[in-house]
Design a protein. Sequence first.
Length: 252
Amino acid sequence: MILARASLITYNIWGTNRWPARAPALENFLRLFNPDVLCVQELQPATQAFLDSMLKEHDRVRDLFPGWTNEGNIYWNKTIFEKIEHGAEEVGHLEPQRRMFWARLRFKESSRTIFVATAHLTSPTNRDEGESGHSPRVGQLKRIADELPRLVRNGEPAFFMGDMNDARHPQRILKPAGFVSCFAALGLQSPPTFHCYPTANIGPDEPTSTEAIDLIVANRYARAIAAAVPQYYAGDIAPSDHWPVQAVYELV
């Protein structure tokens, strides 16, 4: 039996900050890495139009709910996959248009499906957290951990990815639900994904931080065979203030 493989990337593309100066770098990155499935966060109408214009071999979810344009979306290579269904689950975001976005994709050459979901959890800079000290992300992750088993079919390879805005709780909460990080599955330490500085000329007095807050997790029907955080630059410009996470899986 020949096992199917899929390459996935999750990328917080930083809204329209320093846009369109970053557009060539993002275009070059996506042409080089050309994922089978791409999940994006901090999407905006201008960047969605840009992605639509350059990802000619890909399609995405098209839905009237504005979060699919103003927050996140899922792109897939349409020569490989076709969409069966999609949805947007409320999991406790403070931001009105954020959801756990998901799509069920079917391989065109077979009846096999995969489940793909993405989310952008609430930033720790939100006012409520600053005043109370309580993280809304723990509750959001617990609801995601409940939703994933409900939505995923028996024996279906399933992936969840995105910007967790948290380096500790996502893997702790999602693992008992059966979802393991691509890095943990390979016995690797998760590389930092934030901050990536979009231009290289950062002054010595500017504050810096490095956190592994973007991730890809999968259930036991997808076996990680490679994972990376590509630190891609075009000239002195990076595509975003986050590094992406890239993973290749064998579907078992």
